[in-house]
Design a binder for this molecule. Sequence first.
Ligand SMILES: C[S@@+](CC[C@H](N)C(=O)[O-])C[C@H]1O[C@@H](n2cnc3c(N)ncnc32)[C@H](O)[C@@H]1O
Length: 246
Amino acid sequence: MICEEDVIDGWVSPHDLRFLDFINSIPMNNEGGVCEIGVHCGKYFTPLNQLTNEKSLAVDLFLNQECNVSLSGGLRTSNKLPHLSGYRKKWFTDLRFRFNHTLEKYDDKHKGENVELLEADSMTLVPQDLGIRRFKFISVDGGHNVEHVQSDLKLVERCIKPEGVVILDDWFNFRFQSVTEGYYRYKSQGGSLVPFAHVHNKLYLCNYSVHHMYIKYLENLKVKKISSEISGYEVVVVDTYEETNK
Ligand SMILES: C[S@@+](CC[C@H](N)C(=O)[O-])C[C@H]1O[C@@H](n2cnc3c(N)ncnc32)[C@H](O)[C@@H]1O
């Protein structure tokens, strides 16, 4: 019988994991930590953390769900579940507890020991809070309103290593159209990251100077794909439609 503790609540597809493996196999991504804004219960963060030997950073509102104004993920606050107590209350209301539980159980490589937790509203952070040019991969999956996405992309611009990858979740997700709008607002205000791949519902971005290298590496990816353009930059779109609808 499957119990609650055997399931990690969250949103990750096999496409995401396969593509993560691919970008991690590119030699220029050998070094660097990983970071995610919006870890929820760690479903994406945990596989991400298997790809580094360095320190990682997990940013989330965690218990401060009153600030989760875009209602993206997160658990309910304890006053909404007054009938629960003890361990069950913790399980259903304490995101920090759930995240640590996932790392202890599923983070085979580090058991979470390399992970720093930063409990904060990402809109209040500056690049120095995360670390300048420290991470090879940063996943942006926190607040989903236009303001959050625009602000988070601006924040991580200076935290990603020169050759690293920023992964924006919910790109063209019809439930969170504000994410796509947030990206375009970021670009219209001079955002320097440029897109190079769109896989499933994630947009992959890098610094302009390494864009051509990612496009070249993607020629080796043996999947059905098309070449497209977003914001004037060549983007490889992996055709996951057939696989998903088989
Ligand atoms: C969609 S969930 C993330 C899903 C997760 N990446 C996964 O792998 O399943 C969004 C998360 O962002 C957090 N969040 C929402 N607004 C935030 C903000 N302003 N600052 C930091 N975290 C935020 C929520 O607490 C929630 O855990």
